[in-house]
Design a protein around this ligand. Structure first.
Ligand code: IPD
Ligand code: CA
Ligand code: CA
Length: 260
């Protein structure tokens, strides 16, 4: 059996343990710190979850490198070998302000190629997962390949940063599609594109840990995941990102070009 499939049970156990830790914090006072701006926050729980994953990976897979959002992992100049990419809480603002719509995301890459991706929507208890070439799942149910819907046939999620920085684009996409939605978790939004509830998700600037797991899941159901200009995602940097059905992907890139 593929070694990345063998890891699944462990990874999912670790994710469910992390979800328990997160939920047990709901009654506590969080220690909240500001990172780059007042909407870019980190809590003691984000940090504790990341540390817990790193401890488990070191114990079970010593020598493998880890990229974690909160900086407890390794430094990266390349993606050689096996690399774990972890977002301990995706949607930290939602976690703090809503206790809802946040996810735990784990991905395993080998030489830059996505092998296994997990997005766990904690409050909906939905585990989205995929292994390269083996399809994607929501809990134990296989996700069918996406219908190649066009922009006018579906809803498109956008990031809050995209809406505030690129008002024009949000308006264009809103008019051309059935409508725009904002959830505030790149992971959950990508999972909803993969499960057919949305036809696309556009974000002004996603970090590698916002993208890594979702890209594997998205590609397994036939979605296209690129930078906003159509070029390949670079997991060593932030990327203006676009994931959509093949037809909506082309249409959104055309809209972006008309805007220039
Ligand atoms: C953020 C969320 C948000 C997206 C931001 C991300 P975080 O992740 O996914 O929806 O718009 O770009 O940084 O910081 O909550 O893990
Ligand atoms: Ca994130
Ligand atoms: Ca995060």
């Amino acid at each position: 059996m593929n070694q990345f499939i063998e890891r699944t049970q462990l990874i999912q156990e670790w994710i469910y343990d992390a979800a328990k830790l997160i939920k047990s914090s709901f009654e506590e006072n969080l220690d909240i710190q500001q990172k780059s701006n007042r909407n870019d926050l980190v809590t003691n729980i984000d940090k504790a979850v990341e540390k817990q994953f790193i401890e488990k990976i070191h114990q079970f897979f010593p020598g493998e490198r880890i990229m974690g959002e909160e900086g407890f992992g390794d430094e990266f100049q390349n993606l050689d070998g096996i690399v774990w990419i972890i977002d301990p809480i995706d949607g930290t603002l939602n976690f703090i302000k809503q206790q809802y719509d946040f996810a735990i995301m784990v991905a395993v890459y080998e030489d830059g190629i996505g092998q296994a991706g997990f997005i766990y929507d904690v409050m909906q208890d939905k585990m989205y997962s995929a292994h390269k070439g083996k399809g994607a799942y929501c809990n134990k149910k296989k996700l069918p390949p996406v219908k190649d819907l066009s922009l006018k046939e579906g809803l498109v999620a956008i990031s809050s940063a995209l809406m505030s920085k690129e008002e024009g684009l949000a308006r264009l996409v809103g008019r051309a599609s059935s409508g725009v939605r904002l959830i505030g978790s790149a992971g959950i939004e990508t999972a909803h594109v993969a499960s057919g509830q949305l036809i696309g998700y556009i974000a002004a600037s996603l970090a590698p840990w916002d993208i890594a797991a979702g890209k594997i899941i998205a590609e397994e159901v036939g979605l296209i995941y690129t930078k906003m200009n159509g070029s390949s995602i670079d997991l060593l940097q932030k990327n203006p990102s676009l994931v959509a059905t093949p037809t909506a992907h082309k249409e959104i890139i055309m809209l972006l070009n008309t805007k220039k």
